[in-house]
Write a protein that binds this ligand. Structure first.
Ligand code: NAD
Length: 287
């Protein structure tokens, strides 16, 4: 990469960021397209979110990805939010358009673009969504806006429950055509009945990643049927226990790394107007 006086900066803000794949992903794309841009990861704690956004303005940084714990904290310092970011009060991409900073959330798009890459559309589908945190909210609103027929959300009655309920009410208002309901993840009868009637089963809980890598929310493997599409947001490991077992039962599966790549592709499109070579990046990240 040739860095000169004209090179434009982009970056990632959040903490921890030292293991992030984003610098490799975006710098590969800049090199591939010959763009005079460079991407760095900046370790920013939540309480410095405002200063980080101010730095974007001062240094004329063209765009930034935002990760935890800054996804909500940057919002008061931005000029505009997309309707999806507004509805779920989370931002993972900031685009600097001549000094006007707009907050986007591309996680939900990443999910539906990954589905599409596997020949599956959210439109018209019944979806069982496990979890109600950040990733789940992004999936719910995107799938609902793309025309999903029904989203049945299951969450534990944990500290998330009240926020999940309030968040889903907002999503229902933004996409009134989609029937959205919330249930207790511990109610196995309701969960089985909902999965039996659904087209897509989506895990958006932390189950599947450390320290839960040997766990799955689906403990009865007879619930998997070959017509069911099974997806996971967890990307480390790439193939979670749930996906491994669903695949063995004949289901089509979509992994969280695909979602991660496609949300990055959407951010790259917002920054540059160009398409990210997703399969090349997948190989790069696997290496
Ligand atoms: P979050 O903290 O906002 O939400 C966590 C969710 O997991 C909540 O619904 C909570 O109730 C549930 N949960 C936690 N422990 C549980 C348990 N033991 N059993 C059942 N449910 C449990 O987190 P988030 O930001 O939504 O992230 C969730 C997962 O999604 C993480 O693994 C994260 O790495 C992944 N993620 C992936 C992408 C991607 O692009 N693939 C994007 C965002 C997040």
């Amino acid at each position: 990469m040739h860095i000169s006086g004209t090179t434009t900066m982009l970056g990632l803000i959040g903490t921890p960021v030292e293991h992030s794949k984003s610098p490799a992903m975006y710098n590969y794309c800049f090199a591939k397209y010959g763009l005079d841009c460079a991407y760095l990861a900046f370790d920013v704690p939540k309480e410095k979110s405002g200063e980080a956004v101010q730095a974007i303005r001062t240094l004329n940084i063209k765009g930034a990805n935002v990760t935890m714990p800054c996804k909500n904290a940057v919002i008061p310092y931005l000029d505009k939010l997309t309707p999806v970011a507004e509805a779920i009060q989370a931002v993972n991409t900031i685009v600097n358009d001549n000094g006007v900073l707009t907050g986007h959330i591309t996680d939900g798009c990443g999910y539906t673009l990954n589905l599409r890459a596997h020949g599956v559309e959210a439109a018209g589908k019944k979806i069982v969504l496990l979890g109600g945190g950040g990733a789940a909210s992004a999936i719910a609103i995107q799938a609902a806006l793309e025309g999903a027929k029904e989203i049945t959300v299951f969450n534990l009655k944990d500290s998330f429950w009240d926020r999940v309920q309030a968040g889903l009410e907002k999503i229902s208002k933004a996409a009134p055509e989609c029937k959205i309901t919330l249930h207790n993840l511990e109610n196995r009868e309701e969960l089985k009945a909902a999965i039996d009637e659904s087209d897509i089963l989506s895990n958006a809980t932390r189950v599947g990643m450390a320290p839960y890598e040997e766990q799955s929310n689906i403990t009865d493997l007879s619930w998997f049927r070959p017509e069911l599409v099974v997806t996971d947001v967890v990307y480390s490991p790439t193939e979670t226990k749930m996906l491994r077992e669903a695949k063995a039962a004949g289901c089509k599966t979509c992994d969280g790394l695909g979602m991660l790549l496609w949300q990055g592709a959407e951010a790259f499109r917002l920054y540059s107007g160009l398409e990210m070579p997703v399969e090349e990046i997948r190989e790069l990240l696997y290496k």
